[in-house]
Design a protein around this ligand. Structure first.
Ligand SMILES: C[S@@+](CC[C@H](N)C(=O)[O-])C[C@H]1O[C@@H](n2cnc3c(N)ncnc32)[C@H](O)[C@@H]1O
Length: 322
């Protein structure tokens, strides 16, 4: 999913009016990356740096998760959204890009500066974004009566201790009338939060939509962690802020989509980059509560041709069943 041109223009205008020199923004972008690596809070970094250095990547990760939601549940079209830990409204932009008929958005954050920024950027967006309700609050203790068809917490649980995740997720789940989407950095710690959330949600009867194709215990073990990658283009400002030399970056992310109704998809999720060699392609799949290897031989021409289209993060469908 591409960053909407209206959002790009709104960010560019914001940066233009922010008289900070590129050099100080570069220092801020470096501080931002260091803060995230150390597990620090967004409040410690300036919002212009967030718009340049992080928003494009968090947007791409949320967009990838929403594409998977749309593919698995094509009939789902939310009328309302709760964007919990909204920051500048990144997830709300992605949801309105996916479902333009979305009617009502609630932005919740404990940082008033982020809520103001989300409101300012939202003026350039579709009517639901421009009219979004802003709520100051704690993601771990949602205000009474907040609910929506779709709740998203993107890169927001990261700022809570692991011990508080289940309690926070209980509130988010209670607020979700149909669907809950969690997106976290694709690090072992990010996955640990996703796994803790999944364990709790399964106990409350939630149904996995993606990436898990099953509702059994998570089979990921040892030093492994379930995560995916999304590639995104870097703008000139983004490259400058990060002193980058290539015009793209790969954002690792972990995610979880849980529904109130329906059944798990079944089949296998490709949980590592497929390995292509002369005899064929090897896939690592999460399938029915197990991590399994699947080999598709090059000599099985039709199967091989189909398998070549599958990548890390896709659902693996046995070619003969397509
Ligand atoms: C890394 S930013 C992510 C923003 C946005 N969701 C995105 O994907 O770009 C985390 C946001 O969560 C907010 N946040 C962190 N902990 C929170 C809490 N306990 N209650 C409410 N908001 C919180 C921060 O203020 C920040 O705006």
């Amino acid at each position: 999913m591409m960053l909407p041109p209206e959002l790009q223009a709104a960010i560019a205008a914001r940066l233009e009016s922010d008289n900070g020199a590129g050099g100080s923004r570069r220092r801020s972008a470096a501080a931002l990356s260091a803060t995230y690596r150390a597990g620090g809070a967004t409040q410690a970094v300036d919002s212009a740096s967030y718009l340049v250095a992080r928003l494009p990547a968090t947007f791409a990760a949320v967009g990838r998760a929403l594409e998977e939601l749309q593919a698995r549940r094509p009939g789902f079209s939310p009328a309302s959204l709760l964007d919990a830990g909204s920051g500048p409204g990144t997830a709300s932009w992605a949801v309105t890009a996916m479902w333009p008929r979305l009617g009502q958005i609630t932005l919740l954050d404990h940082d008033p500066g982020m809520l103001s920024l989300a409101a300012a950027l939202g003026q350039a967006g579709p009517p639901a974004l421009a009219a979004a309700r802003r709520l100051m609050g704690d993601i771990g203790r949602l205000p009474e009566g907040v609910s929506a068809d779709l709740t998203i917490a993107a890169y927001a649980l990261a700022e809570l201790p692991l011990a508080r995740i289940a309690e926070a997720v209980r509130g988010l789940w209670s607020a979700s009338r149909a669907m809950l989407v969690l997106v976290e950095p694709g690090t072992p710690q990010g996955f640990a939060r996703i796994r803790a959330a999944r364990d709790a949600l399964l106990g409350w009867g939630a149904v996995p939509v993606a990436p898990c194709p099953h509702d059994r215990a998570c089979p990921v073990s040892g030093s492994d962690w379930c995560h995916f990658r999304v590639r995104l283009p870097r703008s000139r400002a983004h490259m400058h802020a990060k002193a980058a030399t290539v015009p793209f970056e790969d954002e690792p992310f972990a995610y979880l989509i849980m529904a109130r109704a329906g059944e798990p998809t079944g089949g296998g999720r490709i949980v590592a980059p497929p390995r292509q060699a002369k005899p064929g392609i090897d896939f690592k799949l999460c399938d029915d509560g197990r991590i399994v290897d699947r080999h598709i031989a090059r000599r099985d021409t039709a199967d091989y041709r189909q398998a070549r289209k599958r990548g890390w993060g896709d659902l693996f469908v046995p070619p003969q069943h397509e």
